[in-house]
Design a protein around this ligand. Structure first.
Ligand SMILES: C[S@@+](CC[C@H](N)C(=O)[O-])C[C@H]1O[C@@H](n2cnc3c(N)ncnc32)[C@H](O)[C@@H]1O
Length: 338
């Protein structure tokens, strides 16, 4: 028996729970923040449950943390005392380790302290017991979820929590002159799927306007062919490595085996997107990487995703399907051409 806190993008928690139900027999759920955060009770132990999750990572589960300890919230400084004692008592877990403290709160929690204040207090305790408090690249994370009346606390590696960001909420710095927020999706996909776009040479960006994805790939040194009937941002025209085809993607044809990276963010009907991608597939090299967003326009996202993957699987091997933090009504697929 083990307990967990699961997190999904706003309003997608029911799908994360459905995936978990299929994965682990007999799990039960309690909602902690509507449509987003839930408590899961698994009849299996911590290791078995974690292995089940890691082996077939649910698409809509953005973050998971074990519940190793629970503290009834007093609503005063006692709460900080209890948290501090808990860290002191787990000295062997943290000693000599790069340790991050992640705190999230529901809006109606009785817990008084901000994430920053809690972190400051616990960082001091970590130093006292010979751990190294860090923000980035932790070896171990103390994840605290402040529900209405309880603090749920779990210890684990970033890999065990599916993310090294609190609640899997990946934040990127907005740059000056950034063309679109969409750029964050492609950046997050690179991190999530363990890719390095700079290793590719020639990219095809389908549905490229206004050009956030194209700009990222150009900055990484790739030659990019961008297709979109809409206008690309004028700043991109300075790149000699950009070819811009101001057209509908169904009207273009390329030589076989031209591109080693396909990215596609068309916000279109999933089945039409599949047809377009399959029509363009011969233009890709064998083993080429494809990063594709799938719009979830129907009421049954899991079925839509299964249909899309099955359709694309004639030519592509699915590497991973994930709803990224920066995905709204969509998910992102990472595929490789067979
Ligand atoms: C969400 S936007 C893409 C944003 C882009 N990834 C960025 O980073 O700026 C979707 C784009 O897909 C384009 N699009 C939709 N259908 C298309 C088609 N059949 N061929 C080419 N582009 C298409 C739209 O014109 C729109 O500009």
């Amino acid at each position: 028996m083990s307990q967990w806190i699961g997190t999904a993008n706003q309003s997608y928690a029911p799908y994360a729970m459905e995936e978990l139900r299929r994965l682990i027999g007999g799990v039960g759920f309690t909602q902690l923040a509507a449509g987003e955060v839930f408590l899961m009770s698994s009849p299996q132990g911590r290791e078995e449950t974690l292995q089940a999750i890691l082996q077939q990572e649910p698409i809509f589960l953005r973050h998971v943390q074990p519940v190793d300890r629970m503290i009834e919230i007093a609503g005063n400084a006692n709460d900080l005392e209890q948290l501090s004692d808990m860290v002191r008592n787990a000295v062997l877990t943290f000693e000599n380790k790069r340790t991050a403290v992640h705190i999230r709160r529901t809006s109606k929690t009785e817990y008084l302290y901000s994430a920053a204040d809690t972190k400051a207090v616990l960082d001091a305790v970590l130093e006292e017991i010979g751990a190294e408090p860090v923000v980035q690249q932790p070896e171990i994370i103390i994840a605290i979820y402040a529900a209405v009346n309880e603090l749920y606390i779990g210890f684990g590696t970033p890999q065990d929590m599916l993310s090294d960001w609190p609640g899997g909420a990946v934040r990127f710095q907005r740059e000056e002159g950034q063309i679109s927020r969409a750029k964050f999706k492609l950046l997050e996909a690179e991190r999530e799927f363990g890719l390095n776009y700079a290793k590719h040479q020639l990219a095809l960006d389908v549905g490229a306007a206004p050009g956030g994805w194209t700009s990222l790939l150009l900055e990484r040194g790739l030659r990019v062919t961008a297709i979109d009937p809409a206008d690309l941002h004028p700043s991109l025209m300075a790149y000699p490595t950009l070819t811009y085809l101001k057209r509908n993607a169904s009207e273009v044809k390329f030589n076989e085996g031209t591109f080693d990276l396909l990215v596609c963010d068309m916000s279109w009907s999933p089945m039409l997107m599949c047809k377009l991608v399959l029509d363009l597939e011969p233009a890709l090299t064998k083993g080429a990487t494809a990063i594709i967003t799938v719009k979830l326009m129907h009421r049954k996202p899991l079925q839509t995703i299964r249909d899309v993957i099955s359709r694309l699987s004639t030519e592509f091997q699915l590497q991973k399907a994930k709803q990224l933090f920066h995905n709204r009504e969509e998910i992102t697929l990472y595929l490789q051409k067979k």
